[in-house]
Design a protein around this ligand. Structure first.
Ligand code: ASP
Length: 435
């Protein structure tokens, strides 16, 4: 090795030798402080954060595609249905529970009481309608094989990958040796593709502390703490919900299936910080899949299927946010929600969270649909539109927590499936001592 290289290694050694999780945490805290102290001029650094997000988005589609093919195609056909059944049951039950618990929290915290917007008007906000179950299912199927990649439609990429995976899994049982051979060649090609995407991901991970610092400092410089204002109760209620879901629901479920919640949290804290900072389940996906393998002993054949699916359809943090936000709008505008409207809200929020894209800030778009469905449309000039605009102002704060809860829920479901299918190396959990 040349002298020049040695110097370079030593020069950046402090960076690369510090565990990633500490670098990310430092970036989060320092970013907040520097943003507040330096003020809006720090926004000049924002492109470094944008670069991180662009890199993650670059790898995530091929990563999902290859991972899901390897995950589904590598699982024997006899096991596939069971794994799919387990994870979907978990995803739906935890989301319905989150929506119901959010409703309970709404009655305790009463967000929006005192805001008194009933006489306020606001500019038009375009409402999106909550898709019906039929629409959700139809939208999952792409019009052609290339469109989902071009449009960046994660759910459609997922569906296409699942179909290919199922076909591979079934064809592997074929009596025709030639068929089995060519199918296995394709599967190996996809395994190679997935390895390459993971390698790129690992490189991007080394850059994430810089990207996170840039994002958080710009955020604090432009939004600061001023945005909190009258929406304090809503923020507190949402965060109580997120924390409750993570500690009691996920912690309880892990214990029920004989897994150590503390070790889980310590091993997964890097993933949770990533979700918090990027506010995107999809952007966090590459990190979740590789961390699951390294620190929880879960093979990609399981996580490659359950995590991309969860990032699209399982959003428990989202359920808390939506239900509490609708209650904020109702309280702030003096509307009393009837018991049947409240039940309808649980259904609307469950569908809405399935229909929410795993990207930063997509929650409020779906919230408009939920509001229309329970009879609080954000029409031009209405108090509901004004209340919605207020919530929009603090969405970044709410999104950080809800994305963390969303992602944690996917990880816990993945652990439960892997453990009950005997596909987890539980000893790997002890890695936490070294992380
Ligand atoms: N940012 C959230 C996620 O990626 C979605 C949302 O905006 O609610 O999970």
């Amino acid at each position: 090795m040349s002298e020049k290289n040695v110097v370079k290694k030593n020069y950046l050694g402090w960076y690369f030798n510090t565990p990633l999780v500490w670098r990310v945490l430092t970036a989060l805290v320092l970013g907040g402080i520097v943003g507040k102290v330096v003020g809006p001029s720090i926004v000049i650094l924002e492109p470094f954060g944008t670069l991180m997000l662009k890199l993650l988005r670059l790898v995530v589609l091929p990563l999902i595609f290859f991972a899901i093919i390897v995950g589904v195609g590598g699982t024997p056909a006899s096991k596939l249905g069971r794994i799919a059944g387990k994870i979907l049951t978990y995803y739906i039950l935890t989301t319905v529970f989150a929506a119901a618990a959010g409703l309970g929290l709404g009655h305790i915290f009463k967000p929006g009481i005192g805001a008194n917007l009933s006489s306020v008007g606001s500019a038009a906000i375009e409402a999106s309608s909550i898709p019906s179950i039929g629409e959700i299912l139809l939208n999952m199927v792409p019009n052609n094989a290339v469109a989902p990649f071009v449009n960046g439609d994660y759910l459609q990429v997922l569906v296409f990958g699942i179909l290919i995976g199922i076909a591979i899994s079934v064809l592997q049982d074929s009596k025709n040796e030639k068929t089995v051979e060519v199918v296995n060649t394709f599967l190996r090609f996809c395994e190679g593709g997935s390895e390459i995407m993971y390698k790129i991901t690992q490189g991007i991970l080394e850059y994430t502390p810089i990207g996170i610092f840039a994002l958080i400092s710009s955020l604090f410089a432009t939004q600061g703490f001023n945005v909190i204002g009258s929406l304090g109760t809503l923020i507190i209620a949402c965060y109580v919900g997120y924390v409750f879901q993570i500690i009691f629901v996920y912690g309880g479920l892990l214990s029920l299936f004989k897994m150590n919640f503390k070790k889980f949290l310590i091993n997964m804290r890097g993933v949770m910080m990533m979700a918090f900072a990027t506010r995107s389940s999809n952007s966090t996906l590459p990190v979740s899949i590789s961390t699951c393998e390294e620190k929880l002993g879960i093979p990609r054949t399981v996580s490659g299927f359950t995590l991309p699916l969860g990032a699209q359809v399982n959003m428990d943090g989202e359920a808390y946010y939506q239900i509490l936000a609708v209650m904020f709008v109702a309280n702030a505008t003096g509307v009393v929600l009837s018991p049947s409207q409240q039940l309808l809200m649980i259904l609307a929020v469950t569908l809405g969270s399935i229909g929410t894209a795993g990207i930063a800030g997509s929650g409020p778009v779906v919230l408009l649909g939920v509001m229309s469905m329970v009879g609080l449309p954000a029409d031009a000039g209405t108090a509901a539109a004004a209340a919605f605009a207020l919530i929009l102002g603090i969405d970044v704060i709410l999104d950080m927590g809800r994305t963390t809860a969303n992602v944690t829920g996917d990880l816990v479901g993945t652990c439960i499936v892997a453990k009950t299918e005997n596909m987890m190396n539980y000893k790997a959990w002890d890695n936490y001592k070294n992380s």
